[in-house]
Design a protein around this ligand. Structure first.
Ligand code: KG4
Ligand code: ZN
Length: 334
């Protein structure tokens, strides 16, 4: 097969990113401009600020991706861009940059679903084997996705309220920890050998859905009650108690689904898959089960454009193309 070079562009939330990927599996360049610092003092992503940063950064990251790869636009085969879901004003910046780049250089344009991107981050590490189960856990998503082949996504479970990452960030706020709180809670959980016992939310017995808002409320109530009684709250114990609950439920549901769907491979994706506790739990569980389990390195778990280029390559090979009428789709379905 001829080599394929796809430029990926990502701007759905608070990273502006561009990357060039070869044949859907090899990173040639990968540039991420993070805005986390600008959102920190607001305790979360401010859409207006995000859009403004994307405008400032998007051309620069594309140029940098080309420069690092030592390539010119004419060396590329297509441009892949996150079409949704995400913040509409943020998505539109990446989409318009992708359209302009594709038009100016006569390249095909491919709109990619952000979650498909997170899943395909794994294709950059090892070949995907089907049938496959993906646990997608990010700031906006908590989903179990069954794939019987490339491009086929069957949603078998999802969160009914908060996403896992959202719960991490909200609990962090309760503990007066800066946004994004996930990595801090993770670190604190590891520093603690004691855990507050919080509930596990399983929902119906056969359900693969998740719910994290009750757990978040349990943390808030615990802190409130302790303060009212003048008892000092140990944030490390709270962090560990919270993380233990999240990790246990995510692991158990993923295992049950992997068994039921008889999958050949289990992968994790999204920002929360950077979580050390979750990685360890899934690693051990699937090693015992004898099912290969993979999770990308940390910098490919959080938002990046290499994953968009990887997913875009498989879509490109399948003949998928978008037209210049592409719009940002904040609520896009997988
Ligand atoms: O995938 P991502 O970069 O952006 C979205 O598409 O949402 O995920 C960001 C989320 C944030 O909620 C952040 O707190 C969480 O991932 N996160 C973590 C860890 N690293 C990032 N959550 C728990 N443990 C971590 N180590
Ligand atoms: Zn993401």
């Amino acid at each position: 097969m001829e080599n394929r070079y796809i430029l990926g562009i990502e701007s759905s939330c608070d990273e502006t990113a561009a990357s060039i990927v070869k044949n859907g599996c090899e990173i040639v360049s990968n540039v991420v401009a993070s805005q986390i610092e600008s959102h920190k003092r607001f305790g979360g992503v401010v859409p207006e600020i995000a859009s403004r940063h994307h405008v400032e950064q998007v051309t620069l990251v594309i140029e940098e991706a080309l420069a690092q790869a030592n390539m010119k636009p004419e060396d590329l085969d297509a441009v892949a861009v996150t079409e949704g879901p995400g913040l509409v004003g943020a998505l539109l910046i990446g989409i318009n940059a992708a359209k302009a780049f594709a038009f100016a250089n006569g390249l095909p344009l491919i709109g990619v679903h952000h979650i498909a991107g997170h899943i395909y981050a794994n294709a950059l590490m090892q070949p995907m084997e089907f049938p496959l189960l993906a646990l997608v856990v990010s700031g906006g998503h908590t989903e179990l996705v069954f794939m019987k082949e490339h491009g086929s996504f069957e949603l078998i479970g999802e969160t009914r309220d908060d996403a896992a990452g959202e719960a991490y960030d909200k609990v962090a706020r309760v503990l007066n920890i800066q946004y994004p709180g996930g990595p801090h809670i993770d670190r604190m959980a590891h520093e603690s050998d004691e855990a507050v016992k919080f509930p596990r939310v399983w929902l119906e017995e056969d359900s693969y859905d998740f719910s994290f808002s009750g757990l978040k409320s349990a943390v808030i109530n615990y802190k409130h009650n302790a303060e009212q009684r003048g008892i000092e709250v140990n944030p490390l114990h709270v962090a560990k108690g919270f993380q233990d609950s999240v990790v246990e439920v995510l692991t158990a549901k993923t295992l049950r689904a992997a068994r039921q769907f008889n999958v050949k491979q289990v992968i994790a994706a999204g920002g929360v898959s950077a979580n050390k506790g979750l990685r360890k739990s899934l690693d051990e569980t699937f090693a015992n089960e004898g099912i290969p389990f993979y999770v990308p390195p940390l910098k490919l778990c959080t938002d990046n454009a290499a994953m968009i280029a990887a997913a875009g390559t498989f879509m490109f090979e399948a003949g998928k193309r978008s037209d210049m009428g592409m719009n940002g789709r904040p609520g896009m379905e997988l």
